[in-house]
Design a protein around this ligand. Structure first.
Ligand code: LLP
Length: 433
């Protein structure tokens, strides 16, 4: 059965934002910003709960565990919310492992993915008894065997299949094509299973696949899951029991209203049910973005309007260090004024203060005319927003706030200058290595 959680009660419907976006999870955003300043990441806890609920409902009747992809948003408060809802974690580093454990996610609900796990990381994860390693190369498999043998434990492992499927998403977040660094071919995985008995300390009895992120069409999922399902059937027939199949993450969200049409959770699970019909083992899912992206917004104020020769620039106090997605992937995020004062529309290049032309949130974007001090929302920033932030240009990390039914809680205070430079020191103590 699905992991237990407080989901017998349907969460309250998401507090609808006004047409002027003043309220989010019933919190008055202009008032909040007066207290907290900008730039400010806000997260609606009710929206996250709704997403968890929608996925759990779609999965009803299946033996499943949702392992939230921590990289999407690793804030401890978000992880605590996941823990309370019975959600596990998909981690890719010891840092994420420690965060997940710290937030109360039990080790037996944690899976470890990633192509670069080193022996120390593997040892750390084995030590705490995580559920599974999603193994991505033969060298990693041998390292796992070596480390598990030294610890005198048996590690549970799944092989990450690279199904050579085009996820029809941005090239930088596509992971399931044979040219990508992730996973191994079915041919190689077959050889691992044939030799699996030679591994005294690794129980190889799982399959894993994750073909990419921000996927808005069911076809790539269908194609990948069917390839994995055919392989599972072949393995079972050859006498290799498969106790869990991990279908990864990748469900897309709406970044551009009216243009992005995300897949419904029930349709997505329908594809899984169909491809894996008859499968008796446990199903693992690793959603990241789906659970948190639309629960987050980045609040920012207009610093000034700068008319240029060719373009008109709207300069914000948020920058690429707070939200990298537009500069890294040319990603679209809807940007709206918190209070629509019915001003006429105009066209801006919306930029941050960082000294790079790439510090651009949007080019040629239609927006009501703005003035210095206006409050804007950059929407759907809950995933891969704060988690990818940096202090580039020595800009401190923005504060993060959780919202719930009209109240807020600071879940990361704004970084102080001293914190930002902590650990740095003058080159005084010269040593020879
Ligand atoms: N599982 C594995 C093994 C992954 O590598 C990822 C994401 C996920 C699950 C979660 O995928 P999601 O459900 O969030 O699509 N920074 C990029 C996204 C990178 C995704 C990396 N892997 C962005 O901002 O679009």
């Amino acid at each position: 059965m699905s992991a237990p959680m407080d989901r017998n009660t349907t969460p309250a419907p998401l507090s609808k934002t006004n047409s002027d976006f003043r309220l989010f999870d019933e919190v008055d955003l202009p008032l909040l910003v007066e207290r907290m300043g900008t730039p400010l990441h806000v997260y609606s806890s009710n929206t996250i709960r709704q997403r968890i609920y929608a996925l759990h409902s779609a999965l009803q009747g299946l033996d499943t565990l949702i392992c939230y992809a921590v990289k999407a948003n690793a804030n401890l408060a978000i992880l605590q919310l996941m823990a309370k809802a019975g959600v596990g974690a998909d981690i890719v580093s010891v840092g994420e492992l420690r965060r997940a454990l710290n937030a109360g996610i039990p080790a037996e609900r944690i899976v470890f993915s990633g192509v670069g796990k080193n022996a120390d990381e593997i040892a750390g994860a084995l030590n705490v008894g995580i559920l599974r390693f999603n193994v991505e190369s033969h060298d990693e498999l041998l390292t796992l065997q070596r480390v598990a043998s030294a610890q005198e434990v048996v590690a549970s492992a799944a092989v990450r299949i690279n199904p050579d499927v085009d996820a029809q998403t941005h090239a930088k977040i596509s992971t399931g094509k044979s040219e990508n660094k992730f996973g191994v071919s079915i041919d190689e995985a077959r050889r691992w299973f044939t030799a699996r008995k030679s591994l005294s300390h690794v129980q190889l009895d799982g399959l894993h696949v994750h073909i990419g992120s921000q996927i808005l069409s069911l076809d790539p999922f269908r194609c990948a899951f069917e390839r994995v399902a055919a392989f599972w059937r072949e393995l079972e027939q050859a006498g290799h029991p498969i106790r869990s199949i991990d279908v990864g993450g990748g469900l897309g969200v709406c970044y551009r209203e009216g243009v992005d049409h995300p897949i419904d959770a029930a349709d997505y699970v329908g594809v899984i049910r169909h491809a894996l019909a008859g499968y008796q083992g446990r199903l693992l899912l690793e959603p990241g973005r789906y659970l948190v992206a639309e629960a987050g917004m980045l609040l920012t104020r207009v610093v000034r309007i700068k008319p240029g020769v060719e373009r008109q620039f709207l300069v914000l106090d948020a920058a690429m260090n707070d939200l990298q997605r537009p500069s890294l992937y040319d990603a679209w995020h809807d940007i709206v004024p918190v209070i629509d004062q019915g001003r006429p529309m105009t066209t801006y290049d919306i930029v941050g203060p960082v000294c790079e032309s790439g510090d651009t949130f949007a080019r040629g974007r239609e927006l009501p005319e703005c003035e210095a001090g206006d409050l804007l929302l950059i929407r759907a920033t809950g995933a891969y927003g704060a988690s990818m932030a940096s202090t580039y240009n020595s800009r401190p990390l923005a504060a993060e706030v959780m919202l719930q039914n009209g109240r807020y809680a600071v879940v990361r205070r704004r970084q102080h200058f001293e914190e930002m430079i902590a650990g740095e020191q003058p080159a005084r103590n010269w040593e020879t290595p």
